[in-house]
Design a protein around this ligand. Structure first.
Ligand SMILES: Cc1cc2nc3c(=O)[nH]c(=O)nc-3n(C[C@H](O)[C@H](O)[C@H](O)COP(=O)(O)OP(=O)(O)OC[C@H]3O[C@@H](n4cnc5c(N)ncnc54)[C@H](O)[C@@H]3O)c2cc1C
Length: 342
């Protein structure tokens, strides 16, 4: 029996985790990514105990501890800095929460894959399947065929339309500034600390990433105009400083005053998908369950998806793929939907 071949569309955290987990089980898995390089796209995110268990099983936990920042405590404050609540990042089974730069997580996953498993400059534009095979076509004229195709192509997924009827996302009325800056610009930032300031309509979340060399900031503000969801829409640092100026805690003001470049984009909500798979095609990560960022679980759920899918596909015959992908949906959909609702 020849082994399965898996074609993964999208080289974000979800697609790359799936590739590493599949290859660890001896399954041939290739990643096709539209970008011409995997660079410093995005900003920080929190790696939580649920996905750190997966990371450990993939043999990557030590690397995370080297490049990430182990949080020492999380403080939620009023805008003026008075504390609302504080907690030590929910330790579970010995795991705690790490601040990671998305680019560091991407490099760490890529370094676990052979060079020829990653195909850049491959933008998926179409998908077909029959009983035996599934085929993805790329804008550059090439195509890739597999027993399984994984749509890990993010919030604006091209492959989602082959699983469910397209639905428009709903604008949440919020926009987020997001970015990183050298930590040395705020030398009094406490080691490993996470601070979240809120005045009831706006909030500013700041934490260190990349061995503490960078401070990651996410600032949510009300927005009346519809904005594009994107990793790379430029924002105005002066407006950010004004939004978190008078009346805000000195440390919060210090952070925003040091920002010289930021992204800003609209935050959109999506209903949970009824279905995650269709025949030999399965969705994963934001393509399957884009969510508002408040639970800090978008990337963490994508990591769980990748491991779940790989575990279920181990030892499977090509004829059984559609049934196994339906089982993947059963295993994952309700759990991810709980985080979407949260
Ligand atoms: C403000 C904010 C804060 C967040 N904070 C957290 C947090 O603390 N913790 C957390 O877990 N999550 C967080 N998230 C969510 C998290 O960033 C996403 O859920 C996660 O990145 C999704 O990973 P993914 O691999 O599914 O998609 P993506 O990272 O979007 O990757 C998709 C990839 O597919 C590629 N692609 C797209 N279309 C095509 C195509 N047609 N052909 C080929 N390639 C294609 C893209 O170029 C991209 O590389 C946050 C999100 C926001 C907006």
């Amino acid at each position: 029996m020849a082994g399965l071949r898996v074609v993964i569309v999208g080289g974000g955290i979800g697609g790359l985790t799936a590739a590493v987990a599949l290859r660890a089980r001896g399954i041939e898995a290739d990643v096709y990514e539209q970008a011409h390089r995997l660079g410093e796209v995005g900003a920080g995110f929190m790696l939580a105990p649920n996905s750190l268990r997966v990371v450990e099983r993939l043999g990557l936990y030590d690397k995370v501890t080297q490049v990430g920042v182990r949080f020492t405590g999380i403080e939620i404050c009023h805008a003026d800095g008075t504390e609302m609540t504080a907690w030590l990042s929910g330790e579970s089974d010995g795991f705690t929460i790490f601040g990671m730069h998305r680019a560091d997580m991407v490099s760490l996953l890529v370094s676990s894959l052979p060079d020829d498993a990653l195909h850049l400059n491959h933008r998926c534009v179409a998908f077909t399947q029959d009983n035996d095979r599934a085929v993805v076509t790329f804008e550059n004229g090439e195509s890739a065929e597999g027993d399984v195709v994984v749509g890990a192509d993010g919030i604006h997924s091209t492959l989602q339309q082959y699983v469910v009827e397209p639905r428009d996302p709903v604008f949440s009325g919020l926009a987020a500034y997001r970015g990183v800056m050298p930590a040395e610009r705020v030398p009094d930032w406490p080691d490993g600390a996470v601070r979240d300031w809120s005045d009831g309509t706006k909030n500013l979340l700041v934490y260190p990433v990349r061995r503490g060399e960078l401070l990651n900031f996410v600032a949510f503000t009300l927005a009346d105009e519809q904005m594009r969801e994107s990793w790379s829409a430029p924002g105005d640092p002066q407006q950010l400083a004004a939004d978190f100026g008078d009346g805000w805690d000195a440390l919060a003001r210090k952070v925003v005053s040091q920002v010289d470049a930021t992204f800003r984009w609209g935050i959109y909500d999506r209903e949970s998908l009824r279905q995650w798979s269709q025949g030999r095609l399965a969705l994963l990560g934001d393509a399957a369950h884009a969510m508002l960022p408040y639970m800090g679980q978008g990337a963490n759920q994508a990591i769980e998806d990748g491991m779940g899918l790989a575990t279920l596909l181990e030892g499977v015959n090509t004829a059984d793929v559609p049934q196994v992908l339906a089982r993947y949906q059963t295993l994952r959909r309700d759990r991810a939907a709980r985080f979407q609702q949260g």
